[in-house]
Ligand binder design. Structure first.
Ligand SMILES: Cc1cc2nc3c(=O)[nH]c(=O)nc-3n(C[C@H](O)[C@H](O)[C@H](O)COP(=O)(O)OP(=O)(O)OC[C@H]3O[C@@H](n4cnc5c(N)ncnc54)[C@H](O)[C@@H]3O)c2cc1C
Length: 390
């Protein structure tokens, strides 16, 4: 069996044996299931893209991202969180200083330690350049950070936070940097986790920096490279989210099929009705299209087409997942609304995945910009006189 097939089969097993049976209890306990992520680590799911020399699996992005489709069949928020950890482990191994790699690489790729990426602030989500968190570069090379982040996944649970900061008050993004801040650093604190309903097991909340000082060796991306590097990480995250959404769609479709096959009505079953077959058939088509799209986007990562392909996947697939969860609920009538069938949870997760790591609207902006560029390369099509030429 090839390495990727073995990893995908481990991810499938993790979904069936750990996530699906555990997720309702995790939500009720409102606590990150560290035993579950430890099991994922033992199965090699936490160092997917990191080189083997650093304890990782050394998979390409196109291969490794498929893991999140398998995990998304169990839970989209869990899949998203592990995808972010994998991106952080990849960043530390690829861009970290030798000292940072020595201190953290093996712990991250083995999953002994968890990592998070932190960009969003209370006043700056989509408008990331409006961030207020500042790093002062001290005479001895250390950096002192003040400010606050919002919507930090694994807040207080992760062991290290790859944090995007500005290094001056100049407007724009030219002074942005990324620095690794370990949990337990003096001056670092966390707010109360937000009440997120359908994925309460994932602590998401604010992170505050009060004169947090970290050594120079913790710099991952120096001033000037922070936004560009973050966008590369976000492109990988966007495609991973699209992969997770495919898993979610498959889980919703399977629940609806297994239920409607048994539901007796009009002398046959719900699934014998053309109308129900058409509804679920549309979900099946959207799932096939989504799978092709995220895999094409994953293959494009690292090429000039990567950002726009990631935007296409992030724009299309979570929308298709919201539609799929709603259609599958509808096909089951009232029963679709009962929490024991899980479709209500999948609907909320799909909606969350439309927002996190760049909303659907931000993906539209990226696609719009690419279209404008393409338009400029085309021979002009004349606009008739009097119709407002440029
Ligand atoms: C569960 C969860 C976990 C998260 N984890 C992390 C994390 O670990 N690290 C991290 O950094 N962030 C994290 N986020 C934050 C997430 O990336 C942001 O929520 C997202 O980028 C949107 O920002 P916002 O919520 O501030 O919305 P806003 O930016 O306030 O947007 C509000 C609305 O305006 C729309 N909009 C914005 N700009 C435009 C425009 N130019 N044109 C048209 N419409 C526009 C948006 O699409 C949206 O519909 C998480 C979010 C969630 C929900």
């Amino acid at each position: 069996m090839s390495k990727i097939d073995a990893i995908l089969s481990a991810a499938r097993r993790h979904s069936n044996e750990v996530i699906k049976p555990g997720v309702d209890a995790w939500n009720a306990a409102r606590k990150w299931p560290r035993t579950a992520s430890d099991k994922a680590a033992a199965d090699g799911l936490l160092g997917l893209y990191a080189p083997e020399a650093s304890g990782g699996q050394g998979l390409s992005l196109a291969e490794g991202i498929r893991v999140f489709e398998e995990l998304g069949k169990g839970d989209g928020a869990y899949a998203f969180t592990l995808s972010m950890h994998n991106i952080c482990a990849f960043a530390v191994c690829g861009f970290g200083s030798e000292a940072l790699k020595k201190a953290w690489a093996l712990d991250l790729t083995s999953g002994r330690k968890l990592a998070n990426f932190s960009l969003t602030e209370p006043q700056s989500g989509s408008d990331a350049a409006n961030m207020l968190t500042r790093a002062r570069i001290n005479g001895d090379g250390t950096w002192t950070i003040n400010g606050a982040k919002a919507w930090v996944s694994l807040a207080g649970e992760a062991d290290i936070y790859l944090t995007v900061v500005k290094t001056s008050d100049a407007p724009g993004h030219k002074d942005m940097a990324m620095i690794a801040i370990p949990k337990g650093t003096k001056g670092l604190s966390f707010g109360k986790p937000y009440d997120t309903g359908s994925w309460n097991f994932l602590p998401v909340g604010e992170m505050h920096f009060d004169n947090v000082t970290v050594p120079e060796e913790n710099i991952i991306l120096p001033a000037g490279k922070g936004l560009q590097g973050s966008l590369m990480a976000i492109d990988i995250a966007r495609v991973s989210i699209a992969a997770g959404c495919c898993g979610l769609m498959e889980a919703a479709l399977d629940t609806a099929l297994a239920y409607t096959r048994n539901r007796k009505m009009f002398g046959a079953t719900a699934l014998d009705l053309d109308g129900i077959q058409w509804m679920l058939g549309e979900v099946a088509t959207d799932l096939e299209a989504s799978r092709l799209l995220y895999r094409a986007a994953a293959a494009a990562l690292g090429t000039p087409e990567g950002p726009v392909m990631a935007a296409h996947a992030k724009r299309f697939v979570p929308d298709a997942a919201v539609k799929a969860a709603n259609i599958c609920t509808q096909s089951m009538g009232g029963m679709g609304l009962l929490s024991s069938y899980g479709l209500d949870r999948l609907s909320r997760l799909a909606q969350m995945l439309r927002i996190v790591d760049g909303t659907t609207e931000i993906s539209r902006l990226v696609i719009g910009r690419a279209l404008k560029k393409r338009a400029e390369s085309l021979p002009a099509v004349p606009v008739p006189k009097g119709f407002g030429q440029t």
